[in-house]
Write a protein that binds this ligand. Structure first.
Ligand code: NAP
Ligand code: HSE
Length: 442
């Protein structure tokens, strides 16, 4: 019989994720002990309200509202309460008391990661965060460890399950935005404040975390360009689908070395984009996530799986817990975050991509030429023009009526496209610029 020591684990949060973490810790205690080489004992679960209705996964005797005392008695602290405070204070206390910390809290890491990682390094502890990005999918370890000897060039991912679920439902069963969001919330995918999901904040936080790791550079959240999905109508999704595209909220982080334009550094951005049906990311349905990584040596890699949900996220948390517990058994210092490259952060204006611009225009002779002229003036090359395909109705052909024009561009710089759109909006023949959407992965 092997004599194991006992590692004491404090769980902060007993909600969607915490309940499943508790259940697995309790139900799989013997298996975990064998994998770790120590007993892993759940000593308590800190919650906000002892009387709140909650999942039966957590034995009532373990519940407490005294998180600070719980932390003091722990070797490892798991933070799955979310939000900035008091999570930041509790993690700080845990690290200061010598505990390793596992967190799923991307908001906290995106805002205060630098300070928390520095503290962990200073006290010789480790902060684990696999669950903070893309739920169950292993992506932090591959970027930090498996690709540590390679050069990552680009990351393009679907990292928010809620928005992917919403866009998917809007396309597949014609649900409205509000209906699909309500279902995503019921299923436990959405953040406590779903604005974080639909306005792209959650994806931006995850993009900042991924970009920091991939490019060995501290990426400030303010440097991440962000657009959400509120402006994406069911009509745009349906017409994109007919044209062979899916609409996805993408998080993109890429190395840009453009000696001609003088832009060298990293661009990190989140926006809805058209992606061709043939691209692997277009096949990511429901609340699933996927991260497509291009590296110099490894080529293209795709990481795919559940991006949200209690049991799924708990799986990633448990993986980190096992790593933390093994580190306690083996000993040795924690691994510092690698930020030595210190690359410049580039604004979205220097990014080059393709665009679909949809215009409502007067259906008159010469209009097309005047529009083409605006594109040419800003060096934006037009790839295709379609009338009435992508727009709301059948194209009108009678003088005095308006028609819908969809203009697809070749690669163009964001600043040139923005100037083109501004000038188009001023043209007398253009009734409105209905939508401007980027095309990625084509
Ligand atoms: P949740 O269901 O809202 O649960 C939060 C838990 O934390 C609740 O048990 C709550 O207590 C407790 N809590 C909140 N504030 C507290 C405080 N001040 N003191 C003590 N306890 C407090 O959240 P969740 O969905 O499990 O998410 C937890 C974390 O995981 C978040 O950082 C989230 O971004 C991240 N995450 C979630 C998912 C997902 O699919 N849900 C996926 C990946 C990452 P009460 O129960 O008493 O209210
Ligand atoms: N609200 C997040 C999402 C949870 O929908 O992806 C997982 O981080």
């Amino acid at each position: 019989m092997i004599e194991y020591r006992t590692l004491r684990v404090a769980l902060l949060g007993g909600g969607t994720v915490g309940a499943h973490v508790a259940r697995r810790l309790i139900d799989h205690a013997d298996e975990l002990a064998a994998r770790v080489g120590a007993h892993v004992e759940l000593i308590g679960v800190a919650v906000r309200d002892l009387k709140a209705k909650r999942s039966p996964e957590i034995p009532a005797a373990l519940l407490t509202t005294d998180a600070a005392s719980l932390i003091l008695g722990a070797d490892i602290v798991i933070e799955v309460m979310g939000g900035i405070e008091p999570a930041r204070t509790y993690i700080t206390q845990a690290l200061q008391s010598g505990a390793d910390v596992v967190t799923a809290n991307k908001a906290l890491l995106a805002h205060h990661g630098t300070e928390l990682f520095a503290l962990a390094e200073q006290v010789g502890a480790q902060l684990y965060y696999e669950a903070a990005v893309a739920g169950a999918i292993p992506i932090i370890r591959p970027l930090r460890d498996s690709l540590a000897g390679d050069n990552v060039l680009r990351i393009m991912g679907i990292v928010n399950g809620t928005t992917n679920f919403i866009l998917d439902r809007m396309e597949t069963d014609g649900s409205s935005f509000d209906e699909a969001l309500a279902v995503a919330t019921d299923l436990g995918y959405a953040e406590a404040d779903p604005t974080a999901d639909v306005d792209g904040f959650d994806a931006a936080q995850k993009a900042a975390i991924l970009a920091s790791l991939a490019f060995h550079t501290t990426v400030d959240l303010d440097a991440v360009y962000r657009e959400g999905i509120r402006e994406v109508s069911g009509e745009v999704i349906a017409l994109a689908s007919k044209a062979g595209y899916a609409v996805k909220l993408l998080a993109i982080a890429e190395r840009i070395d453009d000696p001609v334009g003088g832009s060298n550094g990293v661009s990190v951005r989140v926006y809805p984009a058209l992606i061709p049906r043939t691209h692997p990311l277009a096949a990511v349905r429901g609340a699933n996530n996927a991260v497509f990584v291009e590296a110099e040596g490894a080529g293209s890699l795709m990481f795919y799986g559940a991006g949200a949900g209690g049991p799924q996220t708990a799986s990633a948390v448990l993986g980190d817990l096992v790593s933390a517990a093994r580190r306690h058994v083996i000993g040795g210092p924690g691994l510092a975050e690698s930020t030595h490259a210190n690359l410049a952060m580039l604004p979205v204006s220097v990014v080059s991509t393709r665009y679909h611009v949809t215009l409502e225009v007067a259906d008159e002779p010469g209009v097309l030429a005047s529009i083409a002229n605006v594109f040419a003036q800003h060096s934006v090359s037009v790839e295709m023009v379609e009338q009435g395909i992508f727009g709301p109705g059948p194209s009108a052909s009678t003088k005095g009526h308006t028609a819908t024009l969809v203009i697809g561009t070749h690669q163009a710089r964001e600043s040139d496209l923005a100037a083109t759109v501004a000038d188009l909006a001023e043209l007398k023949a253009v009734t409105s610029v209905t939508s401007v959407i980027r095309i990625e992965g084509a």
